[in-house]
Design a protein around this ligand. Structure first.
Ligand SMILES: Cc1cn([C@H]2C[C@H](O)[C@@H](COP(=O)(O)OP(=O)(O)OP(=O)(O)O)O2)c(=O)[nH]c1=O
Length: 192
C-alpha cells in the first residue's frame, strides 16, 4: 500500500505533515473545475473533490487523498483568481462581510471512497484601498480560492472565524485523520 497525495497544493502537503503523514507520491489531479450552470458552492466543492480522487492514477490497494477548497459568498462560487484584477474584485466583494469556506476531502482505497465536507465562516474587515493594494502587490493571492490566504498576510484582514482554520487553509486535519484511519492508514501506530 502506498499513500498518494492527489494535490499540487503545498498547503495540503504541509497540513498532512502536521499530523505526521508523508506521502509516498504526489500527483496533482487534472480536471475541469468549471462550475455547472446554477451549481451551488457546497455541491460544487463536493463534486470537484470526488472527480479529483477518481482522476488520480493509483494501484488498487493504494490510498489516495484529494481535496478542494471553495470560497462562497452567498450562492456565488469564488475560485482561484485569473489575475490581480479578479483578485481585487473578490477582495472588494468580501470586504466588511462574512463568507463561507468549504473544503471537501476525499480518501479512496480500492473501490471505496470516504468523503467529508467541512464548512467554516470567515469575516473580513472593511478593507481600505491601501490594504487591498498592498496585499495585491505581495502576489500572495495567486492560486488561492477567493483571492486570499488566511495563513499569509491576508490574516491581518480576518478578525473572526467559526469553524476549522486548517480547513480554510486547504485541508481539515481532524477530518482528514478520521478519513485516513477509516481507510486503514496506520496513522497512530500502536507501541509494540
Ligand atoms: C481560502 C484559502 C484558500 N487557500 C488555498 C488552498 C488551495 O490550495 C487553494 C484552493 O484551490 P483548490 O482547487 O482547492 O486546490 P489547488 O488547485 O491549489 O490544488 P489541487 O487541486 O491540486 O489539490 O486555495 C489557502 O491557502 N488559504 C486560504 O485561506
Amino acid at each position: 500500500m502506498a499513500f498518494i497525495l492527489g494535490s499540487g497544493s503545498p498547503r495540503r502537503l504541509e497540513l498532512l505533515g502536521q499530523i505526521g503523514v508523508v506521502p509516498d507520491a504526489v500527483r496533482a489531479p487534472d480536471i475541469d473545475e468549471t462550475p455547472l450552470k446554477a451549481e451551488l458552492p457546497r455541491p460544487y466543492c463536493n463534486r470537484v473533490t470526488a472527480q479529483k480522487v477518481a482522476a488520480v492514477e493509483a494501484d488498487f490497494d493504494d490510498i489516495v487523498l484529494c481535496a478542494d477548497t471553495t470560497v462562497a459568498l452567498g450562492r456565488r462560487i469564488m475560485g482561484k483568481p485569473d489575475d490581480a484584477a479578479q483578485a481585487a474584485e473578490y477582495l472588494w466583494k468580501l470586504s466588511g462581510r462574512r463568507h463561507r469556506v468549504i473544503t471537501s476531502v476525499a480518501v479512496k482505497r480500492g473501490d471505496r471512497v470516504w468523503q467529508k465536507d467541512v464548512v467554516s465562516s470567515v469575516r473580513v474587515k472593511a478593507l481600505s484601498n491601501v490594504e487591498v493594494n498592498a496585499y495585491l502587490a505581495t502576489g500572495d493571492w495567486q492560486g488561492k480560492a477567493g483571492g486570499y490566504a488566511i495563513q499569509g498576510p491576508a490574516g491581518a484582514f480576518i478578525p473572526w472565524i467559526s469553524g476549522s482554520f486548517s480547513a480554510i487553509m486547504g485541508l481539515p486535519v481532524t477530518e482528514t485523520a478520521g478519513l485516513l484511519m477509516a481507510a486503514g492508514y496506520p496513522l497512530y501506530k500502536e507501541a509494540p
